[in-house]
Design a protein around this ligand. Structure first.
Ligand SMILES: NC(=O)c1ccc[n+]([C@@H]2O[C@H](COP(=O)([O-])OP(=O)(O)OC[C@H]3O[C@@H](n4cnc5c(N)ncnc54)[C@H](O)[C@@H]3O)[C@@H](O)[C@H]2O)c1
Length: 419
């Protein structure tokens, strides 16, 4: 049966560039493919196309095993192609297949032209449950002119990483998820990960649609746990003599629950958690059901942000300044997509406050959404600001512990950074 040695990665963005570089670092020959000529140029010059910890070192270790191109035809010479292009959310909660279809069609046509058998198409982008079977595999069958499992193989193999920890997350995951069209493809991909991973993760193999459901269910479960802690925090705050940290520490000691993601804090955000959880509701609707747990998780998440904004508003007058510290959705990344800080800063600004913001990684250059605010390059500048009536720590960067806050400002610290 052999083993995979040469692979291509389509989409060299925040996740794809890290996947391609780590695959190459671990000894595979990797061809990166992207329509973005600048990303391709950078990779071939040894420059990371995205900002992610450990990516520069990983690319340096990969050396000549990793190169990139805009010519998808070159990928026919590789044994398997991973696709990690965007799959943006649509207004109904489902994920768009547009980018995937545009990336898949030309390489499928090139495979057909070359009369190549057994090319493995691996989708790593998150897809709507059922989309691979109903839309993507039929597209490949049409373009290649043969049946999936015979003319070519198909796997759904999403990654469970968090931005800011992508390289480590890829190398040592808890679980590798493989949805497979046929045993041969599953065996080859399993063999690939046995060589690639630094640890020995569980390799979960199943049907393609089972894997699509598994991917979003992992994130839906984690978000439910986060919303549970936030709901409890909001309740506990209303009692005079409670300590949410002590409560959660005790609850997490129960081995059926565990401490992970049981830290008092604020809403979850970013490019995966919120939309993957909403996709569970969409998947339920698709089959005539509802998903009240997923919906409640989403509602509590919004409530946690809105409640904090309301608490801040209660201690300011029109024209007062509010400082929102921590704009990225988690520490170690600059991404502000669906972050609590961004949502709250926007809401306070709409309510007439003067809002100044700070983050240790997000800035107006890498996160243009911050352009609507006055930004502080250093939180120490807060001391010079006049009429700062409220300070909200929305993301637990540990350095906020050292900041001297203006006298008279009410500090909101849902994460307990200052505790
Ligand atoms: N970012 C995350 O935290 C994360 C985590 C898990 C899963 N995902 C999933 O990974 C996928 C990609 O996310 P990302 O954050 O890396 O996106 P991204 O926007 O950072 O990168 C996508 C890349 O795909 C390229 N691309 C677009 N069309 C292409 C085509 N036709 N051919 C080749 N390349 C093409 C773009 O130029 C870009 O470089 C999404 O489906 C997302 O849901 C992301």
């Amino acid at each position: 049966m052999g083993s995979l040695k040469k692979v291509s990665v389509f989409g060299l963005g925040k996740l794809g560039a890290c996947m391609a570089a780590t695959f190459a670092q671990r000894g595979f020959t990797v061809l990166g493919v992207d329509i973005n000529a600048e990303a391709v140029r950078k990779i071939n010059a040894g420059i990371p196309p995205v900002d992610e910890p450990l990516l520069p070192e990983t690319m340096a270790n990969a050396g000549k095993r990793f190169r990139a191109t805009t010519d998808f035809n070159e990928a026919v010479a590789t044994e398997a192609s991973f696709f990690i292009v965007p799959s943006p959310s649509l207004p109904d909660g489902s994920f768009s297949n547009e980018f995937l279809m545009r990336a898949l069609a030309p390489i499928a046509q090139a495979v057909r032209k070359a009369k190549k058998k057994n090319h493995i198409f691996v989708i790593s982008s998150t897809t709507t449950p059922g989309a691979c079977r109903k839309i993507i595999i039929p597209l490949l069958e049409k373009e290649i002119g043969g049946k999936c499992g015979r003319a070519f193989s198909f796997c759904y193999n999403p990654e469970f990483i968090a931005l800011g920890n992508v390289v480590r997350g890829l190398l040592s995951p808890d679980m590798v998820l493989i949805g497979e069209s046929d045993k041969r493809a599953g065996d080859l991909l399993e063999g690939f990960y046995q060589k690639f991973n630094l640890n020995q993760p569980k390799i979960a193999r199943m049907s393609v649609t089972s894997a699509e459901l598994t991917k979003i269910s992992v994130n839906s479960y984690i978000t439910a746990k986060i919303s549970f802690t936030n709901q409890l925090r909001m309740i506990a705050e209303q009692f005079a003599d409670t300590d949410i940290h002590a409560i959660l520490d005790a609850i997490g000691a129960d081995s059926r629950i565990g401490h992970k993601y049981l830290r008092a804090g604020l809403s979850y955000g970013g490019p995966c958690f919120p939309r993957d959880n909403r996709l569970v509701s969409y998947a339920a609707k698709q089959v005539g059901l509802s998903a009240p747990l997923a919906e409640a998780t989403d509602r509590v998440n919004e409530m946690a942000k809105d409640q904090l904004a309301q608490q801040a508003l209660a201690c300011v007058q029109p024209g007062d300044t509010v400082a929102v510290l921590g704009m990225s959705y988690r520490t170690d990344t600059y991404i502000v997509e669906e972050s609590a800080g961004l949502h709250i800063a926007q809401s306070l600004k709409r309510s007439g406050c003067r809002v100044v913001v700070h983050d240790y990684a997000a800035n107006t250059k890498n996160s243009p959404a911050l352009l609507e605010f006055e930004t502080l390059s250093d939180p120490a500048q807060l001391k010079k600001e006049k009429r700062v009536k409220a300070v909200l720590i929305c993301n637990p960067w540990p350095s906020y512990r050292k900041v001297k806050f203006p006298k008279g400002a009410k500090v909101f610290d849902p994460w307990g950074v200052l505790a």
